[in-house]
Design a protein. Sequence first.
Length: 96
Amino acid sequence: MGSQLEFSAEPASKVSTSASDCADEITRTTGDQEVTSSATLAGTSLTDKASTAGTAVSSARTTFSSRLTKHSNGMYNAAKDVAAADEGSANGTRSL
């Protein structure tokens, strides 16, 4: 008795798009400027620390966005490959 794998490429494609949109939003976010400018508040002497924190926020944002983009691309490619294999299987030309 064989088992069947059921997979719909459409939901995976939607998840890929959602992850990609999230990565784009993270890229557009600018929290590092607010952190860096907090050093200019009266009574603080945090210029170096605020600058370092701002750089860390920017770096974390870039890293997270990049990882999300890679995951999104992987999901998209997997969904595309499964859809192509499904179509090929239906036509008798391709399988996974």
